[in-house]
Design a protein around this ligand. Structure first.
Ligand SMILES: [Zn+2]
Length: 277
């Protein structure tokens, strides 16, 4: 089902073969924080049981973003507080059923009806602790900082900074073992979001998929994302053809074409709160 790795004192990552998913746990003296909940309630329940192998502390959940593989396991954690960006709640309220039918079809087409059935049965939980910009959670002797670094992998990513340990959970803003996913991304803004991660000073960055990485890896991915952003801009301005962008991209064509489609759809949303007087 999964395996734990303690990446720093009472900071754990649980690695799953399914989708190469990485889920997180941070424990303080009075409470613990669960980072993402898995792709359905069965995976969520397995993760919750694995958390209970490590700690009896009361838990709350933070969702890094609304993609089903990070958020559809939340019901397994009961009625606990669930932190997320307001855009994550809006996405789950408005598009969870679209995700459910799209991915159920994906699993059925690949001869995985049991995964489709689990997805169909998962109850979606809407986050009730909004984090527009920054929030701090005191776990007892340890404060975890949640922050929205601006649009990137989605319009509502949150990063989870456990600064006393030098560990930061990045959700899918960072990917190891596969290229970053642009399906709901804001390619032009994504490099700036990684600048926020790099500015945190984290020594270990836990991606949403793949193994934990260091700051040098994040800097390399930032440079690749900046290359993709520049190619998207050049296509939008009519300076190069889409085929040329696909050929010059550091990523495979199916990833880059998602980026081009997203870039053509328009600029990133304004950072929340910045347009208020
Ligand atoms: Zn994602």
């Amino acid at each position: 089902m999964g395996r734990w790795a303690e990446v720093a004192d009472r900071v754990w990552v649980r690695r799953h073969e399914e989708l190469d998913l990485s889920l997180g746990l941070v424990a303080g003296e009075r409470a613990c924080l669960v980072v993402d909940t898995g792709a359905d309630e069965v995976q969520g329940a397995g993760f919750a049981a694995a958390v209970r192998e490590l700690t009896d502390l009361p838990w709350s959940v933070v969702l890094t973003h609304a993609h089903f593989d990070h958020s559809f396991g939340t019901a397994a954690f009961g009625g606990c507080p669930v932190w997320a960006h307001p855009g994550c709640r809006a996405d789950l309220a408005g598009h969870a059923e679209t995700q459910r039918s799209h991915w159920a079809e994906y699993y059925r087409a690949r001869g995985r009806p049991e995964a489709a059935a689990r997805l169909a049965a998962a109850r979606v939980v809407l986050p009730d602790r909004p984090v527009e910009d920054v929030a701090e959670i005191d776990l007892g002797g340890r404060v975890v900082r949640l922050a929205h670094p601006g649009p990137g992998h989605t319009g509502h990513d949150l990063m989870v900074d456990v600064s006393d340990s030098g560990v930061l959970f990045a959700g899918d803003l960072v990917e190891q073992g596969a290229p970053p996913s642009f399906g709901d991304a804001f390619p032009g803004a994504w490099p700036s979001a990684l600048d926020r991660i790099l500015a945190s000073g984290a020594r270990t960055v836990v991606p949403g998929h793949g193994e934990p990485v260091d700051a040098a890896f994040v800097a390399r991915q930032r440079a690749e994302l900046a290359q993709v952003a520049a190619l998207c801009l050049a296509v939008t301005r009519g300076e190069i053809a889409a085929d040329e962008a696909l050929a010059r991209s550091p990523y495979p064509a199916e990833f880059t074409s998602d980026a081009l489609r997203r870039a053509a759809a328009g600029p990133a949303p304004r950072p929340p709160g910045r347009d208020r007087s």
